[in-house]
Design a protein around this ligand. Structure first.
Ligand SMILES: [Zn+2]
Length: 305
């Protein structure tokens, strides 16, 4: 029969439908059950998270909290970074600055040393070479004339300052003139005698040295005009200290350290840190006697001071 459907066919169709329906029912039931579980889970999740049945407010609160946390993180990152980065920013460059400054300071000190120990205005063949006292005890005393108490105290203070930095060679005060001592002999002369002796080299004082072949000191003579007694007390003392410094191996002058005792004469110079440092460099480092400027520079480059 045309278009006719048998009972079996109807049954099959129904079964199929049912199956389909049942399948559809299963799918619907599946989605209903599963979807219900998801919804229930979401609701449970939301209520537990928000602690509030009004999940909208909970969400807003959470978002605000997240924003707040983000700001907090940014803020805390900033505060965390501040101690992490700012010391780096301040300490790293300052460490570099310090080392640059340290190098510059050493170079400055070395230049100062060279100007004092390797140079002089006098045109003498031995000038320009390192020389120093090598005996362990070197006497300093007044061999001619009579110094005042304050001048005497100034000599003693210089001896103390030298001994505070020199390790192997020590100065001591001894005014005995017998047997060629003192080693550093001070001639305190009236102005006419001094002028005749100094040939106008300086109005206040000057120094002469005598050397062994290896350029160790044999003797030193410090000449002082008694005109220094008319100077301001501090200046008077600095003249004495300046001349004795010539007598330990520094013939040059330098304004590299403006206030140095070996700077060009002024009214406010002093025996300062740099003056002590160069005594250390000359007496404690083993810088070879006779060394010229180039050798001095390479020596201190190889033997950091
Ligand atoms: Zn001088």
């Amino acid at each position: 029969m045309e278009g006719g459907v048998t009972k079996d066919e109807i049954q099959i169709t129904l079964e199929k439908k049912w199956r389909r329906n049942s399948c559809l029912s299963l799918v619907i039931a599946f989605f209903l059950i599963f979807g219900g579980l998801i919804v229930a889970a979401v609701i449970a999740h939301r209520s537990s998270d928000a602690g509030d049945e009004n999940t909208g407010i909970g969400d807003l609160a959470r978002i605000e909290q997240q924003i707040a946390d983000s700001i907090g993180n940014i803020a805390s990152n900033k505060t965390d970074d501040t101690p992490k980065t700012s010391p780096k920013k301040s300490s790293a460059p300052s460490a570099i600055d310090n080392s640059v400054n340290e190098e510059a300071e050493k170079e400055k000190l070395l230049n100062f040393f060279v100007e004092l120990a390797n140079k002089d205005d006098k045109d003498e063949t031995w000038i320009g070479s390192i020389a120093r006292w090598t005996k362990s005890s070197v006497s300093v005393g007044v061999g001619e004339g009579t110094v005042s108490d304050r001048q005497s105290m100034c000599i003693n203070t210089y001896i103390d300052d030298f001994n505070s930095v020199s390790s192997n060679v020590k100065l001591f005060r001894d005014d005995t003139v017998d047997l060629g001592i003192p080693n550093i002999k001070i001639y305190y002369q009236d102005q006419a005698t001094f002028a005749a002796r100094s040939s106008g080299t300086s109005p206040y004082g000057y120094e002469e040295g005598g050397f062994n072949d290896d350029l160790s000191f044999k003797r030193a003579a410090v000449f002082l005009s008694d005109i220094i007694a008319t100077l301001d007390e501090s200046v008077e003392c600095q003249v004495i200290r300046h001349e004795i410094t010539h007598g330990i191996g520094f013939w040059g002058h330098s304004d590299i350290y403006f206030e140095s005792i070996m700077s060009l004469p002024k009214t406010t110079y002093s025996f300062n840190t740099a003056d002590k440092k160069v005594i250390e460099m000359l007496y404690n480092t083993g810088i070879p006697l006779g060394a010229k400027e180039a050798e001095v520079r390479s020596f201190f480059s190889a033997n950091p001071f």
